[in-house]
Write a protein that binds this ligand. Structure first.
Ligand SMILES: C[S@@+](CC[C@H](N)C(=O)[O-])C[C@H]1O[C@@H](n2cnc3c(N)ncnc32)[C@H](O)[C@@H]1O
Length: 125
């Protein structure tokens, strides 16, 4: 998989986008209903600040966190272990335009600060 120096620029930062736990939580709380134990797909997760926060606030959900850059995924799991939510997070290295999942495999798709990578309309499709 091709790698760009853009990834290195963001290495070591607590997140790779402009959001915060507060805005993650606000968006999550706006979802009318999500069953206990839901399966969430977090696309373009970076080092996973929102992944970990979602795991903390979502009840007993399981999150599959996807990114193209493996070092981000490694950091995500280190941080998740430190917060005690690693048992409910799985990381998958994949490009968002070739996701290795079945249709309807997840209850919720999360793309925080990342849908622009493929474009908003295509991302929604
Ligand atoms: C702006 S960052 C947002 C990261 C994280 N969601 C956040 O809010 O901190 C965009 C993320 O998308 C990832 N990314 C870029 N191209 C991608 C692709 N084709 N497939 C999957 N992830 C990709 C980057 O590695 C980066 O982690």
């Amino acid at each position: 998989m091709e790698e760009s120096t853009i990834f290195e620029i963001f290495d070591g930062l607590p997140r790779q986008g402009p959001c915060s736990n507060k805005c993650t939580e606000k968006a999550f709380r706006s979802i009318p209903y999500l069953p206990e134990g839901s399966k969430i797909l977090d696309i373009g997760c970076g080092v996973g600040m929102q992944t970990i926060h979602l795991a903390e606030i979502c009840g007993n959900c399981h999150i599959t966190a996807v990114d193209v850059y493996q070092p981000y995924l490694d950091t995500l799991m280190e941080n998740a272990k430190a917060k005690g939510v690693d048992d409910r997070i799985t990381t998958v290295r994949s490009s968002m335009d070739k996701l290795p999942f079945e249709t309807r495999e997840f209850d919720l798709i999360w793309a925080e600060g990342s849908i622009f990578v493929m474009g908003f309309e295509r991302g929604l499709e």
